[in-house]
Design a protein around this ligand. Structure first.
Ligand code: SF4
Ligand code: SF4
Length: 137
């Protein structure tokens, strides 16, 4: 089971790497990140995964998504936010002092944080060691 999980994660990570590379090469964002991670662990306390209105209104799909994400990433569901359509998880790999206990195999959602959008200034959690800088030009 562990091997299967890692094989699936490897495919997802490769896809994530190539997508990010293409974005950087051909569609660079107006924003970039500076600073560095302070390993405070705040971004691992609550992990928000966006659902569409249609997805979250289906009990079957929502349960399937929760089971799949929980199994694949070792996340634990905290709640379903029906107001803003999010699945809110925490993670079994959170360690003391904010360190990740699964750093090598951490999922793409963790690798992509803080998320840099194309136009909008990245939204950072209070106390995060990163900050957003607007690109020149
Ligand atoms: S909130 Fe920022 S500084 Fe803290 S662990 Fe996450 S990325 Fe690192
Ligand atoms: S896998 Fe690591 S980085 Fe990702 S949420 Fe869990 S503890 Fe945080």
């Amino acid at each position: 089971m562990r091997l299967l999980k890692r094989a699936i994660i490897s495919v997802v990570l490769l896809d994530n790497f190539l997508t990010n590379l293409l974005k950087k090469l051909f569609f660079p964002s107006h924003w970039k990140l500076a600073g560095q991670c302070r390993q405070c662990g705040v971004c691992c306390q609550e992990i928000l995964l966006k659902m569409t209105e249609r997805q979250i209104s289906s009990k079957f799909f929502t349960n399937l998504a929760i089971r799949w994400i929980s199994w694949l990433f070792d996340f634990v569901l905290l709640r379903v936010d029906y107001e803003y359509n999010y699945l809110v998880f925490t993670c079994q790999h959170r360690c003391n002092e904010g360190r990740c206990g699964n750093y090598f195999w951490r999922p793409s959602i963790c690798r992509n944080y803080p998320l840099v959008d194309y136009f909008e200034e990245p939204k950072l959690l209070p106390g995060c060691g990163f900050y957003a800088v607007k690109r020149a030009g």
